[in-house]
Design a protein around this ligand. Structure first.
Ligand code: HEC
Ligand code: HEC
Length: 464
C-alpha cells in the first residue's frame, strides 16, 4: 500500500513538472543529483602522437579524392597547424589522408568544430561557436556526388575511396540544418549516420535502423581541456565506458566498416593522452587578486559543490544535475533520452567489443569543470547566454542577442561576447532564445548573490 502511494505521488510530481511547451520535454523530479561513476580507461598513450593523429590521421576513413579536390578548390595554406606535405595546402580544419585502398582523400577533421577563434587566434580545443549550419547541405552533397561521379568510374579506386563518405553525407545532410547561428548539430550528424550503419560491423545499409525526430536539435561545443576531469562525456553525460571509442564518434561520417574502425581507434589511446595534457588558455588581462580571493570564498560556498574546487586542492565531483534542479532548457536532454541512437549504440560494435563504450541517457545535464571558462562563451549546453555576467544574473539575460561575428569582439570584463539586443531576431549572428531548445532559462544559482559577490566570483573565474 505504501509503495503504491509513493509511486502515485512520484508520478503526480513528474506529471506536474512536465515542461508543457513542447511534446516530450519531460522533467523528472524523482532525483536531484547523480554521481557519474568512473570507467576503466586505457593508459600509456603518447600525447604527441595523439595530436599528430588528429591533424594527419585517417579517422574519417573516406572523403573527396584529393586529385579532384585540388582542381576544384582554391589553395588555402595551413597557417595555423603549419602542417607538412599535402596538408600544407589545406586549411587547418581539413586533412588529406589515405583511404583504406591507398587513395588520397580530403575530409574535415575534429578541429572543424573543436578549434575556436578568440582575438584572431585559433585555440585548439576551444569550441568553434562560429559555425553556421543554417543552410541546407543537401545541394552540396548532390553536387559533390555528381562531380566525382563524372570524373571517375564506379570501379575506379577513387570512387571506392569516396563512396562511403558520399553515402553518409547524403543521408545526414537533410538532418543537420539548424535554425540558429553558431549551434552545432553534431548529435544529429551522429544519429543520421548511425541510422544507416549495420550495428554489428558498421557497414552501410540503405534501410534506416530507427526513426529520426523531425526537429534538428543543436548545441554549443564544449572545450576539450575538460575531458581529463570527466567520468562521462557530453552535456547530458550519456557517453560512458571507454573514451577511445567515444571520441571516435565523428568517424561514423566516413569510416567504411568495423575493421577500419578498429585500426583507427588504436590511435585514440594517444588522442586521450593528448587530451589529458591539454590546458585552457590563460586569461590575458590583469586580475584584481584581492577581489578574486573574495570571489573564491563565495564560489566555494555556492558553486563548488557542483563544479568542483580549483587551485592547490583541485577536485571535481562529476555530478549530473536533474532538469528539475538546474531548470535549463530540457529539450536536448529529452531528445537524446528518446533517440533511437541509444538502443542502436548499445547493441553495436561500440558496446559489444572490448573496450566497451555505451550510452546511458538521463534527464539532466553535467555540471562541467570551469577551467578556462572565461574563454568559452556562449554559455550553457545550448549556448543561449552570451556572458558569464548574464549567466550569474538571470535578469540580465537577453531574449535576442546579436554579436558582430568578429573573434576580437570579446568582453574581458563580462567574460563573453559583446552583444547588442535587437527588438527582433534580425541580423546575421543573432541568437533567438524563443526557438525550441534554445531558451536561456534556468541555472538561477547566481541570482541569490549580491552584485558585489557576483563581481568577485567573475574575478575569480578569470583565474581558472
Ligand atoms: C561537426 C562538429 C564536430 C566534430 C567534427 C567533432 N565534434 Fe566533438 N563534439 C561536438 C559537439 C557539438 C559536442 C557536444 C555534444 C554533446 O555534448 O552532447 C562534442 C563533444 C565532444 C566531446 C565531449 C566533451 C565533453 O566535455 O563531454 C569530445 C571528447 C569530443 N567531442 C571529441 C571529438 C573528437 C576527438 C573529434 C574528432 C574525431 C570530434 N569531437 C569531432 C562537435 C564535433
Ligand atoms: C546544483 C548544481 C549547480 C550549482 C550550485 C551551480 N551550478 Fe553552474 N552549472 C550546473 C549545471 C548542471 C550546468 C550545465 C547546465 C546546462 O548546460 O544546461 C552549469 C553550468 C554553469 C556554467 C556554464 C558552463 C558552460 O560551459 O557553458 C557556468 C559558468 C556556471 N555553471 C557557473 C556557476 C557558478 C559561478 C555557480 C555559483 C554561483 C554555479 N554555477 C552553481 C550546476 C550547478
Amino acid at each position: 500500500m505504501r509503495k503504491i502511494l509513493i509511486f502515485t505521488l512520484m508520478a503526480t510530481l513528474i506529471a506536474c513538472n512536465a515542461y508543457r511547451e513542447l511534446p516530450g520535454a519531460r522533467v523528472d523530479s524523482s532525483w536531484k543529483v547523480k554521481r557519474l561513476p568512473a570507467s576503466e580507461q586505457q593508459e600509456g598513450g603518447d600525447p604527441t602522437a595523439g595530436l599528430n593523429y588528429l591533424i594527419y590521421g585517417d579517422y574519417i576513413g573516406s572523403g573527396v579524392p584529393y586529385d579532384f579536390f585540388k582542381k576544384k578548390m582554391s589553395n588555402q595554406p595551413d597557417t595555423v597547424l603549419r602542417r607538412e606535405g599535402d596538408n600544407a595546402n589545406v586549411g587547418y580544419s581539413a586533412t588529406v589522408f589515405a583511404a583504406p585502398n591507398g587513395v588520397k582523400v580530403v575530409n574535415g577533421n575534429c578541429f572543424t568544430c573543436h578549434a575556436g577563434k578568440l582575438n584572431g587566434e585559433v585555440i585548439l580545443g576551444l569550441g568553434n561557436s562560429f559555425s553556421d549550419y543554417r543552410k541546407s547541405l543537401t545541394p552540396m552533397a548532390k553536387m559533390m556526388r555528381l562531380g566525382v561521379g563524372l570524373k571517375y568510374k564506379k570501379e575506379d579506386e577513387e570512387w571506392i575511396a569516396f563512396e562511403d563518405f558520399s553515402n553518409y553525407f547524403r543521408e545526414m545532410a537533410p538532418y543537420i540544418q539548424t535554425n540558429q547561428p553558431g549551434a552545432n548539430p553534431a548529435f544529429r550528424l551522429a544519429e543520421a549516420c548511425m541510422n544507416h550503419r549495420n550495428p554489428a560491423d558498421l557497414t552501410y545499409r540503405e534501410a534506416p535502423n530507427y526513426e529520426l525526430m523531425d526537429y534538428t536539435i543543436a548545441t554549443d561545443v564544449p572545450p576539450l581541456w575538460n575531458v581529463k576531469k570527466k567520468n562521462a562525456l557530453y552535456y547530458n553525460g550519456i557517453g560512458r565506458g571507454d573514451f577511445t571509442k567515444l571520441l571516435f564518434q565523428a568517424s561514423v561520417l566516413g569510416i567504411p566498416d568495423s575493421t577500419a574502425a578498429r585500426q583507427a581507434i588504436n590511435h585514440f589511446k594517444d588522442v586521450v593522452a593528448w587530451l589529458k595534457e591539454l590546458e585552457p588558455p590563460f586569461y590575458p588581462g590583469p586580475v584584481d587578486e584581492q577581489l578574486a580571493a573574495r570571489g573564491e570564498t563565495v564560489f566555494n560556498e555556492h558553486c563548488s559543490g557542483c563544479h568542483g574546487a580549483y587551485g592547490n586542492e583541485e577536485s571535481y565531483p562529476n555530478k549530473l544535475i536533474s532538469l528539475a534542479v538546474v531548470k535549463t532548457d530540457p529539450l536536448y536532454a529529452n531528445y537524446a533520452f528518446n533517440s533511437g541512437i541509444v538502443k542502436w549504440y548499445n547493441s553495436s560494435w561500440f558496446a559489444n567489443t572490448e573496450p566497451r563504450a555505451y550510452f546511458e541517457p538521463n534527464l539532466g545535464y553535467v555540471a562541467p569543470p570551469l577551467d578556462g571558462i572565461w574563454a568559452s562563451a556562449p554559455y550553457l549546453h545550448n549556448g543561449s547566454v552570451p556572458t558569464i555576467e548574464a549567466l550569474l544574473d538571470s535578469s540580465q539575460r537577453p531574449t535576442y542577442w546579436s554579436r558582430s561575428g568578429r573573434s576580437d569582439d570579446y568582453n574581458y570584463q563580462k567574460l563573453g561576447w559583446n552583444y547588442r539586443t535587437p527588438e527582433k531576431p534580425e541580423g546575421e549572428w543573432t541568437f533567438d532564445t524563443t526557438v525550441p531548445g534554445y531558451s536561456n532559462k534556468g541555472h538561477y544559482f547566481g541570482d541569490k548573490l549580491s552584485d558585489e559577490e557576483r563581481k568577485a566570483v567573475i574575478e575569480y573565474l578569470k583565474t581558472l
